[in-house]
Design a protein around this ligand. Structure first.
Ligand code: SF4
Length: 315
């Protein structure tokens, strides 16, 4: 097994004694190990009856999805089930996260005034009763894109008053409080914001983002009536289980009630390498720990993503 110069991820015991993995770097070489069977076999093609209808609804309205832009491994399954996660505010992100394949740059355009209605029409064509919306970071916009989220929720509910809506938003950097007011007015909602990884790894995984700010966004969202706060982490970037459990406690402390834990999979050669393929048994342990902490909704597994089966009530 070639872990490159980054070295192995320390055991929890070694971590408790002060050992720390070296920081991740871009272009840090190949993944730490070959993709294990529990992921390869689960990937499959998964194309079921609704795949074509989903593709027509999305592409016919010239919409962007994180399913495609993020090279999500679940696209066959999700689109086959007739679901997708719409990505609003364009396809160019103002940040450059080390794990993400979405294009980085200066969007150079304001929010598209036709986008909310196009999303609503596509959702209607797909027969959705629950829609997940995400966006690129738009630090170039005065409101960070909060108004476009709110407008899209309104357009969806104009067509279907009981539409369930889940948002997966940026951290809104300098305009958090204004964004909370704008989006909070559209409750009831699930409001997701992903911390993505443990704070020690932010510099390489989420440069330009801030762990404390992300917790603040979640805390503000959770404090609003009619909002359930949700977050997600990717495992396998070099974090230890101790660190993950600490983040889970921070999230509970911020009022988060929904959590998704999944395996980081490198979306492109120039993105961060996988440091570790986390065994499904360890996901099961973390899921049990999350329930112990009082999370009302938790999904944990190699192919879990924040929007994966988001519409399901917790069993
Ligand atoms: S898990 Fe989310 S991003 Fe991936 S295909 Fe499903 S809906 Fe799309």
């Amino acid at each position: 097994m070639d872990r490159q110069s980054a070295g192995p991820v320390p055991t929890d015991r070694a971590y408790a004694e002060g050992a720390r993995p070296e920081p991740l770097r871009f272009h840090a070489g190949p993944n730490a190990e070959r993709m294990p069977a529990w992921i390869r076999y689960a990937l499959g093609d998964g194309r079921q009856s609704h795949f074509g209808r989903t593709a027509r609804a999305v592409h016919g309205r010239e919409l962007v999805t994180i399913c495609e832009e993020g090279h999500c491994p679940n696209r066959g399954e999700c689109w086959g089930r007739g679901t997708a996660t719409f990505m609003i505010l364009g396809d160019t992100c103002t940040r450059a996260c080390g794990f993400c394949s979405v294009a980085t740059g200066k969007p150079g355009t304001p929010a598209d005034s036709t986008e909310a209605e196009r999303v609503a029409v596509a959702a209607e064509e797909m027969g959705l009763a629950y829609v997940v919306l995400t966006s690129v970071n738009r630090d170039d916009l005065p409101d960070g894109g909060a108004g476009q989220f709110a407008a899209t929720v309104r357009a969806l509910r104009a067509r279907r008053a009981d539409m369930g809506v889940e948002l997966l938003t940026p951290d809104f950097r300098k305009v958090v409080d204004a964004a909370v007011a704008t989006i909070g007015a559209e409750a009831p909602l699930v409001w997701g914001h992903n911390v993505e990884t443990v704070p020690r790894l932010y510099r390489s995984v989420r440069p330009g983002s801030d762990y404390a700010r992300s917790l603040y966004v979640l805390e503000r969202a959770a404090g609003l009536g009619g909002i359930e706060a949700k977050s997600s982490l990717m495992l396998g970037l070099g974090e230890t289980e101790t660190e993950v459990l600490a983040v889970m406690r921070d999230l509970r402390g911020a009022g988060v009630s929904r959590l998704a834990l999944g395996q980081y999979l490198r979306p492109a050669r120039d993105r961060l390498p996988v440091r570790e393929y986390v065994h499904p048994d360890r996901f099961a342990v973390l899921e049990a720990a999350g329930r112990e902490m009082g999370l009302a909704w938790i999904k944990a597994g190699p192919l879990v993503r924040s929007s994966y089966h988001a519409e399901e009530e917790q069993g």
